[in-house]
Write a protein that binds this ligand. Structure first.
Ligand code: ZN
Length: 138
C-alpha cells in the first residue's frame, strides 16, 4: 500500500491536526473553551515538535492579521450593500464585536495554517495506522 493519507490535508487543517500524522491534535483544548490558545509542544500521537524554532508562532500573526482584514472587508461590503450611506457607528458596531468574537477561530486557524505552510513537516503515515488500515481491508 502506498503512502496515501486517510485524512486529506484540508480536513486535517479544518480539525487542527498534526501535519505529520494528521491524527494528533495541535491544541490542548476544544475551540470553545477558556484556554483555546494552549498549544501542544509536541504531537501527542507522533511526537513531532510543533514549535519549530524559538518564537515560531509569531509568524502566525501575519495570517491572523490577514483574516482580520478580510473580515473587516466583508463587513464593509455587507454594510455598503444593505445600508445606504451607513454612518460610522454602524461600521464600528459591526466590525468590533465580530472581530472580538472571532478571536479563538482566528488564533487557531492562523497557527494551524502557519504550521502547515512554514513548519516544513511532511506527511508521514505511522506504522500503526498503516497496519490498522491493512487489517480493515482484509
Ligand atoms: Zn503527529
Amino acid at each position: 500500500m502506498q503512502n496515501v493519507p486517510k485524512v486529506s490535508k484540508f480536513q486535517a487543517i479544518l480539525h487542527s491536526k498534526c501535519p505529520k500524522c494528521r491524527e494528533g491534535n495541535i491544541f490542548v483544548s476544544p475551540l470553545l473553551s477558556t484556554n483555546f490558545a494552549q498549544t501542544h509542544t509536541n504531537c501527542p500521537n507522533c511526537g513531532v515538535q510543533f514549535e519549530r524554532e524559538p518564537s515560531f508562532w509569531s509568524g502566525a500573526m501575519y495570517i491572523g492579521y490577514a483574516f482580520s482584514v478580510a473580515l473587516c472587508g466583508f463587513c464593509f461590503v455587507f454594510l455598503n450593500v444593505f445600508f445606504d450611506d451607513a454612518p460610522l457607528s454602524y461600521y464600528i458596531g459591526m466590525i468590533m464585536p465580530l472581530v472580538l468574537l472571532m478571536i479563538p477561530v482566528n488564533f487557531r486557524y492562523s497557527r494551524t495554517i502557519f504550521l502547515y505552510l512554514m513548519g516544513d513537516i511532511k506527511y508521514q503515515d505511522t506504522e500503526d495506522s498503516v497496519k490498522l488500515r491493512r487489517k480493515a481491508q482484509l
